[in-house]
Design a protein around this ligand. Structure first.
Ligand code: RIB
Length: 306
């Protein structure tokens, strides 16, 4: 196995609207769709589709319901091995309620359901063994993520943590991370600051602060500006791609899946970040999470024209 993703699977209930409602307000929306999502599953889907034959395996929990079948089928169609996605006996499949406003920004509420039972990290050792890269996010219990990160590192994998949804993390967990991939607000929360837009220089400072807290390398995702890389005392901006955004849902997940693919193929961190920027840019031009993941050919074509 080249890439293992441990994390969440959700059925996304997506509504478009001219703008997001204020507290207590009702807004008339536009179209509605039920689409496969979940940060972990989106990363696995991206790795499967962009890896084009690279072995990818998902570790996760779903319920005993129709959503579960649909979510596993979506991953299988992307070439992902779902034999380690097990069913909870007590919890339903996770769901996410997503409102997408004109311009593509969204707000999301997740009811994690079975994702809360991601499982015994010790049992993941066999799945990690022999793999190259393990991807994690934070829609699963933090204790499990921490233990799984440790085991993946013991097995010699490169560990990638997307610290989303944002929550404070201790230095102990950050020390198990080979590549931390926050967006601006997640990066700021991790260093105890309020959300704001960051200049590349400010992002570089935050990234180095996160390295000082234990992460080996840090990539701060800056949306269409690209991403800021920090490793061994050196920081640099890898420029993004200007596209017409219709839905930013899962752009960060696509970035992570693509990053893992490029690293598994032996590319440098800079090359992998460039590839991931391209895949994430294409994803925001399409609606939905897994439905927005581009093919390898589309991504290579964007890169060839850049
Ligand atoms: O990152 C996007 C994802 O966040 C959605 O697919 C939704 O399920 C939530 O997990």
């Amino acid at each position: 196995m080249a890439i293992v993703v441990a994390g969440s699977l959700n059925m996304d209930f997506v509504v478009t609207a001219a703008r997001l409602p204020a507290p207590g307000e009702t807004v008339l929306g536009g179209g509605f769709a039920m689409l496969p999502g979940g940060k972990g599953a989106n990363q696995a889907c991206a790795a499967g589709r962009l890896g084009a034959g690279l072995p990818v395996k998902m570790i996760g929990r779903v319920g005993y319901d129709l959503f579960a079948d649909h979510l596993k089928a979506s991953l299988a169609a992307a070439g992902v091995d779902v034999s380690a996605v097990h069913a909870s006996r007590t919890q339903p499949t996770g769901v996410a309620f997503i409102c997408v406003e004109a311009g593509g920004q969204n707000s999301i509420i997740v009811a994690p359901g079975a994702n809360q039972e991601l499982g015994d990290a010790g049992a993941m050792r066999q799945v990690f063994r022999g793999a190259r890269i393990a991807l994690f996010q934070l829609e699963s219990p933090l204790d499990t993520v921490r233990a799984a990160l440790t085991i993946a590192r013991q097995e010699g994998l490169v560990t990638i943590l997307d610290p989303a949804p944002a929550q404070p993390l201790g230095d102990a967990i950050l020390s198990e991370v080979s590549i931390l991939t926050p967006n601006e607000s997640e990066a700021l929360l991790l260093v105890g600051e309020s959300p704001r837009r960051l200049t590349p220089e400010e992002a570089a400072g935050v990234a180095q602060a996160l390295r000082a807290k234990g992460a080996d390398r840090v990539i701060v995702k800056l949306g269409d500006a690209g991403c800021l890389l920090a490793d061994e005392g050196r920081t640099r901006l890898v420029s993004g791609f200007a596209v017409e955004a219709v839905d930013a849902t899962a752009a960060g997940d696509v970035f992570n899946g693509a990053l893992a693919v490029a690293l598994a193929e032996g590319r440098s961190l800079d090359e992998a970040a460039h590839f991931a920027n391209a895949a994430a840019a294409l994803s925001v031009t399409r609606r939905g999470a897994q439905s927005s993941v581009p093919s390898r050919a589309e991504t290579d074509a964007l890169l060839a024209g850049s």
